[in-house]
Design a protein around this ligand. Structure first.
Ligand code: HPA
Ligand code: ZN
Length: 335
């Protein structure tokens, strides 16, 4: 049995495996600019975040119906459950779909169908986090929040993703204020490719409760001390950082130093269909490449439940943390 864990940084569109992409393309009559799954996979060589985003948004053309979104999410949940995920907080990018003429209701209803069945079918509790695309105008994010109003009972939090540099968190101050007024919780990507100052801005201007990535906080010792003191969770994605060249090699990832600095680190898969593994694979990879021992892996798994938006089900949080604490690594491997 794998180590129980929560996944807190996962873009559902980034779980679109080549096989499902081609199946949906055939079903929906969408032509893809790749001959087959092998040719598509060969295109997964990225120079940076933008080169990934170009392919990621392009491949979304195959996602058209409620069934498509339900199938996508169910396939992720099955894979995640097999790797020990017991709770998943799932990002989605409504603007990437509404811009193609797919209504937000189709996206949310489709995802919700899979998520509603997830606890019984896969033993995974779930939350949905609606992300705004930071490289599009703030006014469009505000319109997206407005369009999401009928579905707010399904959405736990708002997030901020897409191309980071040149699009600081402060651009979305009003949108985040409006989201908070609607009872939504707040997270944001910051410090993936953008500077440490964006991490501080996400906290101070947007009032986020967790920082997605936050990797580049390591360039500012005072910020690190603050994040540690305030116990701000960071949702790190080591395989993503290597594939998007935020760092050179997994062996060079600062995760061990970040944990040593007292940061509340979690590890996550980001876009597992593109970056070489789901979250269990990520745990194995950091164990191998960074020499994190079982107690370090246990800390990461415990942190994932501590940082989860499970405030409305503290009993489940406590039960899952107890399972992590009782987990016997000798009966498995790296988890
Ligand atoms: N960073 C920013 N935006 C994204 C990512 C990412 O890694 N994946 C999907 N959207
Ligand atoms: Zn991300």
């Amino acid at each position: 049995m794998p180590l129980p864990k929560a996944e807190l940084h996962l873009h559902i569109e980034g779980t679109l495996e080549p096989e499902l992409a081609f199946a949906l393309a055939a079903r929906n009559g969408v032509a893809l600019p790749y001959r087959d799954t092998e040719e598509l996979r060969r295109a997964y060589l990225f120079d940076d975040l933008q080169s990934f985003l170009d392919l990621y948004y392009g491949l979304m053309a195959v996602l058209r119906t409620e069934d498509d979104f339900a199938e996508l999410a169910d396939a992720y949940l099955a894979r995640a459950a097999a790797q020990g995920v017991r709770h998943a907080e799932i990002f989605f990018d409504p603007q990437a779909h509404t811009a193609r003429g797919v209504p937000i209701g189709t996206v949310v209803e489709g995802l919700a169908r899979a998520l509603d069945a997830a606890e019984e079918r896969h033993g995974v509790s779930t939350r949905l986090i609606m992300c705004f695309l930071r490289d599009r105008p703030a006014a469009e994010a505000m319109e997206t929040l407005e369009a999401a109003r009928p579905y707010l009972d399904r959405i736990t939090a708002v997030g901020l993703d897409s191309a980071e540099v040149g699009h600081p968190p402060s651009k979305f101050r009003e949108v985040y204020e409006a989201a908070a007024a609607l009872g939504l919780r707040k997270v944001a990507h910051a410090g993936e490719e953008g500077p440490a100052a964006y991490v501080a801005e996400a906290l101070d201007v947007l009032g986020v409760e967790r920082v997605d990535h936050g990797l580049r906080c390591m360039e500012d010792a005072e910020l690190v001390a603050r994040l540690a003191r305030e116990r701000v969770p960071l949702t790190l994605c080591p395989l993503s950082n290597v594939r998007l060249r935020a760092i050179d090699t997994l062996e060079a990832h600062p995760l061990p130093r970040m944990m040593d600095a007292g940061l509340l680190c979690t590890v996550n898969s980001d876009d597992p269909a593109y970056f070489g593994g789901y979250v269990g694979d990520t745990f194995h990879a950091v164990h191998e490449a960074l020499g994190l021992d079982p107690e370090r892996l246990r800390e990461l798994a415990r942190n994932s439940f501590v940082a989860a938006f499970l405030d409305d089900d503290e009993e489940r949080r406590a039960r899952l943390i107890a399972e992590v604490d009782a987990y016997d690594f000798a009966a498995d491997d790296a988890g």
